[in-house]
Design a protein around this ligand. Structure first.
Ligand SMILES: [Zn+2]
Ligand SMILES: [Zn+2]
Length: 379
């Protein structure tokens, strides 16, 4: 299937076009490409394209869905075969808050894109759409890894009795009386320029050319059964925010006997007040007194795996960064980042008399030692 053009582009209007602008652009183009007027070979296709764009953009709901999801909102569902962008045909999951007792799938999926998809023009088996759900976990859970439960995950699978046909037995069929077995019917469409005839898939048999005479007793003829389940998702230790975990077969039901799509769980990691993560490296801040920096000392800092003591060498300067090798995040591939301690030096704001005295002495000592070294050099 050729890539579809943007509906706004088709009508030559801006994304903020008013209803009147949409209507007048449609009128103009429909007239230009109407097959009764325009005899060029691509006119019928152009006319259909204009008609389709107008169908969507003139309907407030459809337009809102299109603005949000693009062409995927009205996907004709040529299979993505699981490859490429999982969002292409899929719905968007909701956004959960962190849950400890599991997350309710119904809530997560409340924002999932629902209606609006057009009936497929083909009866070939194809894979169902992928689904996406986002879950949020804490910073430390991402470091250590955890299991989460997705509750009430509804998945539709081909019926075990009829294997998706909806018929009680292989003989429970007759030729479709509406299309006489061809699977296609002529449809009359009202346009601004009168009635147009188009051929389309037979709505009664959905293009199969035959209809079921005795419905399957297990699924009632639907061809599939709904299954409600709880999925346990293992989030690997060291996962970074935005990664997607694929759960095969838990997407939307396949069409015409095709396999189910997949479910993608996107993991969003919350930030932490102490640690900042950059890849597998961790950055933290620490403050050391000025005298300790001058003399050298040892401090205890947090790492994602517990506390560590760190030596501050004598003469450490403001803005110094100390590296703790291998003390960053360990990911599931066995790589470990480092921790970087960003030092700031604390200058006391208030001094008591004794401290002032000592610092005065310290200054005097500095001057006299410079003076004496000056004198020594003169000798
Ligand atoms: Zn069945
Ligand atoms: Zn039919």
């Amino acid at each position: 299937m050729a890539e579809k053009r943007d509906y706004y582009e088709v009508l030559g209007i801006s994304k903020n076009a008013t209803k009147d602008e949409i209507r007048s652009a449609y009128r103009k183009l429909a007239k230009q490409y109407h097959p009764d007027i325009n005899k060029s070979p691509d006119a019928p296709k152009k006319f259909e394209e204009v008609q389709e764009a107008y169908d969507v953009l003139s309907d407030e709901n459809k337009r809102a869905q299109y603005d949000r999801f693009g062409m995927a909102a009205f996907s004709q569902g040529t299979s993505t075969g699981g490859a490429g962008n999982p969002f292409q045909n899929g719905g968007f999951g909701g956004f959960s808050t962190e849950g400890f007792g599991g997350m309710d799938f119904g809530d997560l999926f409340s924002q999932m894109f629902g209606g609006g998809s057009r009936r497929s023009q083909s009866t070939a088996p194809r894979k169902g759409n992928d689904r996406l759900v986002r879950v949020q976990i804490s910073f430390m859970d991402a470091i250590r890894g955890r299991k989460i439960e997705l509750n009430n995950v509804d998945v539709e699978r081909a019926c075990s009795h009829c294997h998706g046909t909806g018929a009680e037995s292989p003989n429970a069929y007759q030729t479709c009386p509406d299309c006489h077995g061809s699977g296609r019917v002529l449809r009359q469409q009202q346009t601004l320029f009168g009635v147009m005839q188009t051929e389309s898939v037979c709505p009664r048999c959905k293009g199969k050319g035959k209809i079921v005479t005795e419905a399957c007793h297990t699924c009632g003829g639907a061809g599939y059964q709904k299954e409600r389940t709880t999925l346990t998702v293992t989030i690997p230790a060291g996962i970074s925010s935005g990664r997607q975990l694929k759960i095969s077969g838990y997407g939307e039901r396949g069409v015409h006997g095709g396999p189910n799509g997949d479910l993608y769980v996107e993991v969003i990691v919350k930030s932490d007040p102490n640690f900042e993560r950059e890849g597998n490296d961790i950055h933290i801040k620490a403050t050391v007194g000025m005298a300790e920096c001058a003399l050298g000392t040892e401090i205890v800092v947090k790492t994602v795996y517990g506390e560590e003591s760190v030596t501050i060498p004598a003469g450490t300067q403001p803005g110094a960064i100390l590296k703790l090798k291998g003390k960053g995040v360990k990911d599931s591939a066995g790589r470990a980042g480092d921790e970087y301690v960003h030092l700031s030096i604390e200058i006391p704001k208030k001094l008591n008399e004794r401290q002032k005295e000592l610092l005065q002495e310290f200054i005097a000592e500095g001057k006299s030692s410079r003076w004496s070294s000056f004198l020594n050099r003169k000798k």
